[in-house]
Write a protein that binds this ligand. Structure first.
Ligand SMILES: Nc1nc2c(ncn2[C@@H]2O[C@H](COP(=O)(O)OP(=O)(O)OP(=O)(O)O)[C@@H](O)[C@H]2O)c(=O)[nH]1
Ligand SMILES: [Mg+2]
Length: 312
């Protein structure tokens, strides 16, 4: 028995390449490793990683983001999120709005032995570096004035209902903030109010009041505002038919739809069924989103098989 335990220990330590039969060879500092704590996530739960930009009210000002929404900034967020989803095959869905992105990792994932710190730090650092890497593709000659950073947290959801409610919460938040910001900036930029006056005017108003202000004072029907602003962006792994070659290609496809309703979950049933991707019928009369076109262009034949393996 003692010998058996001894053998097990050999196996354990050799994994960390510190095994040595002689105790003398270990440094006297080795004991500090014992202070490190393990942080394994519970099995069989959906893992959601949400990243959020640090001080983006300042970052957006410094870089003159358009108000209330800057299309370039949102597209760059989506591009960085695609990098994360290309790298991590267990991420089944991404949802982004404003300066935040949520990534849903399949509940049966064994990624990094489900170690919380590995998962959150790798995802936020890949997101941050991709944001910087692709900056010039979206902002052209506008210089990045300082390096942005994103925090990251990890939340576990034991049921499908909890997961759906989480995503519904983020999308409802997107709607509430966007309606507020759209009305606020209409009052300031078109109505000539100061920021403080606009804030006061909106204090205590309901959604219907804001809709009415937009409609009656600024000739704006909120329901006609772009879906990307009102619903945020849902990224899903989909097989689509390549428009020119006719071949099936696996891409990360952006949708700007209502994910609160059942129909979204029926149409994209692969998510809750924990399948690695679904099929997306691209209608003949719509153009593929730029985000998909860039993925198709970057698929050189050799890279393609690599990438497909990674994310299928
Ligand atoms: N003008 C403009 N601002 C944006 C846009 N997207 C995000 N922002 C700014 O980013 C902020 C994001 O909100 P928060 O994450 O709550 O605020 P934060 O300043 O990032 O603060 P922390 O996340 O706590 O560090 C918004 O309040 C806006 O000021 C955009 O498209 N246009
Ligand atoms: Mg933020």
């Amino acid at each position: 028995m003692v010998f058996f335990l001894f053998l097990k220990n050999i196996q354990y330590f050799s994994q960390f390449r510190i095994f040595t039969i002689s105790k003398m060879a270990k440094s006297k500092f080795e004991y500090v490793r014992g202070f490190e704590t393990e942080d394994y996530l519970l099995p069989n739960c959906w893992i959601v990683v949400r990243i959020d930009g640090k001080d983006f009210h300042k970052f957006s000002k410094k870089h003159n983001f358009e108000k209330p929404n800057d299309r370039r900034a949102l597209s760059l967020m989506n591009r960085a999120a695609v990098s994360v989803m290309e790298e991590y095959k267990d991420v089944l869905l991404g949802y982004g709005q404003s300066d935040e992105y949520s990534f849903v990792i399949r509940k049966d994932s064994t990624i990094y032995n489900r170690r919380r710190s590995k998962i959150t730090t790798y995802i936020s650092s890949l997101f941050s570096s991709s944001y910087v890497y692709y900056w010039k593709d979206y902002f052209n000659d506008i210089k990045l004035k300082y390096p942005p950073s994103f925090d990251s947290r990890c939340i576990l959801y034991p049921t499908n209902e909890n997961l759906r409610d989480y995503l519904s919460w983020r999308q409802a938040d997107c709607h509430i903030n966007n309606l507020y910001n759209t009305t606020f900036w209409a009052l300031v930029l078109k109505g000539g109010l100061t920021n403080a006056e606009a804030e006061k005017r909106l204090c205590g108003t309901l959604s219907s009041d804001k809709n009415e202000i937009l409609f009656s004072e600024f000739d704006t029907n909120y329901n006609n505002e772009a879906l990307i602003y009102r619903k945020g962006t849902i990224l899903l792994k989909k097989r689509i038919k390549h428009p020119t070659t006719g071949k099936n290609r696996l891409v990360i496809y952006p949708l700007h739809e209502d994910l609160i309703q059942d129909v979204f979950w029926r149409t994209n049933s692969e998510i809750l069924e924990i399948k690695s991707c679904g099929f997306y019928e691209v209608s003949q009369d719509i153009e593929l989103p730029d985000l998909v076109l860039t993925q198709l262009h970057s698929f050189k034949s050799s890279e393609l098989s690599d990438k497909s393996e990674k994310i299928s």
